[in-house]
Write a protein that binds this ligand. Structure first.
Ligand code: ZN
Length: 295
C-alpha cells in the first residue's frame, strides 16, 4: 500500500464521501442510508445481537453490515432500513452507526471482482493505526450525513440561531444533536459567514451534576472568555462577569447575561442573549440546548 499522510488521505476520502452523499441525496437533506450503501456495494444490512455496535464484513460481491440489536426487533429494523424515507428516518444513532460502517468501505478498492483493502491510516498523534481509523471513520460518517455544501446552505438559511432552529436542523438532517454540534464546531467558516459571535452548547444533567455533552463555537471570532473555555465533557460551570452562577436547569427560556470579552489584552463586558430549551434524555436525566449570542 502506498504510504500516504493521514491528513491528505482523510481529505481525499472526505471529498469522495461528500460527493457521493450529495449525488445520491440530490443535494437535499436528509441523506438516506440505503442508496448510499448500495453505491458502496453493501448487499445487506442485518440486525442481530453483537458484542459491538456494528461491523462490516466483505464477501465476493461486496459488503455486509451487521448492527447490534437485542434480537426482538431485527426484522422490523431491517424493514425500516429498507424503507427509510424523508418522512420516516431511522434513529439518528443507528444512522450514524451505518454511516460509520460505510466510511470503512472507502478504504477498499471496489473496481475489481471483490473488495480489496487498498488504503490505510498510519499510527500517529499518540494514536494507534486502529484508533486513527476509527476516529477518522467517525469524521467521514459525519460528512456523509452532513456534506459541507449542503450543511452550509442549510445553516446559512437559518434566520436566528436558537435551540429550536438547531433542533430543527438536527431533525431534518437526521443526526443527533451531539453529531451536529461536533460537525458545526469544525466548520469555522459557517460561523464567520453568519457572523455568529457566541456558542451553542448541549448540557446533560446527571443527578446533581451538569456536564457539557457537546459544544460548537467559532474559532476565529472573538467570543466571551467564559464561552471560549467551554469544552465537551467538562463539568458545567458558568459565571457572569459579576460572579453569578448560570444554571441551565433554572434559566428562563430567554435571558441575558454580562460576560467578559478579552480584546487586545484589555477586558471589556458584553451582553449576551441566552436561549434555552429542554431537549430530552441523551443517556442523561435531562438535557438542555443553550445558545449564547452577543447582542
Ligand atoms: Zn469502525
Amino acid at each position: 500500500m502506498p504510504p500516504t499522510k493521514n491528513v491528505s488521505l482523510l481529505r481525499a476520502l472526505l471529498t469522495k464521501a461528500e460527493s457521493l452523499a450529495s449525488t445520491v441525496s440530490k443535494n437535499e437533506f436528509p441523506v438516506l442510508l440505503r442508496p448510499l450503501a448500495e453505491r458502496r456495494k453493501v448487499t445487506s444490512v442485518d440486525f442481530c445481537p453483537l458484542l459491538v455496535d456494528a461491523m462490516l464484513t466483505t464477501h465476493p460481491e461486496g459488503f455486509r453490515i451487521l448492527l447490534n440489536s437485542d434480537g426482538g426487533r431485527d426484522q422490523e429494523l431491517k424493514e425500516r432500513y429498507r424503507n427509510e424515507s424523508k418522512r420516516k428516518l431511522l434513529q439518528p444513532r443507528l444512522r450514524f452507526s451505518i454511516a460509520h460502517e460505510l466510511a470503512h468501505t472507502f478504504f477498499y478498492d471496489l473496481t475489481g471482482e471483490s473488495p480489496k483493502l487498498s488504503k490505510k491510516f498510519k499510527s500517529g498523534g499518540g494514536q494507534t493505526e486502529l484508533e486513527n481509523l476509527e476516529r477518522y471513520c467517525n469524521t467521514i460518517a459525519s460528512h456523509l450525513l452532513l456534506p459541507t455544501q449542503m450543511l452550509s446552505d442549510a445553516f446559512l438559511r437559518i434566520k436566528a440561531i436558537t435551540p429550536e432552529s438547531i433542533l430543527e436542523l438536527a431533525q431534518t438532517t437526521g443526526v443527533s444533536l451531539p453529531a451536529l454540534l461536533f460537525r458545526l464546531d469544525k466548520s469555522d467558516s459557517l460561523f464567520i459567514k453568519k457572523y455568529f459571535r457566541g456558542c451553542i452548547v448541549l448540557v446533560a444533567q446527571h443527578d446533581e451534576e451538569l456536564k457539557i455533552r457537546a459544544v460548537a463555537k467559532p474559532r476565529s471570532l472573538i467570543i466571551a472568555r467564559q464561552l471560549r473555555q467551554m469544552n465537551s465533557n467538562d463539568v458545567w460551570s458558568l459565571k457572569t462577569q459579576g460572579g453569578c452562577e448560570i444554571n441551565p436547569t433554572r434559566l428562563p427560556k430567554s435571558s441575558t447575561a454580562i460576560l467578559d470579552v478579552i480584546l487586545d489584552q484589555s477586558r471589556c463586558q458584553k451582553e449576551y442573549q441566552i436561549y434555552v430549551a429542554a431537549v430530552g434524555g441523551f443517556d442523561a436525566m435531562n438535557s438542555f440546548l443553550i445558545t449564547f449570542e452577543e447582542k
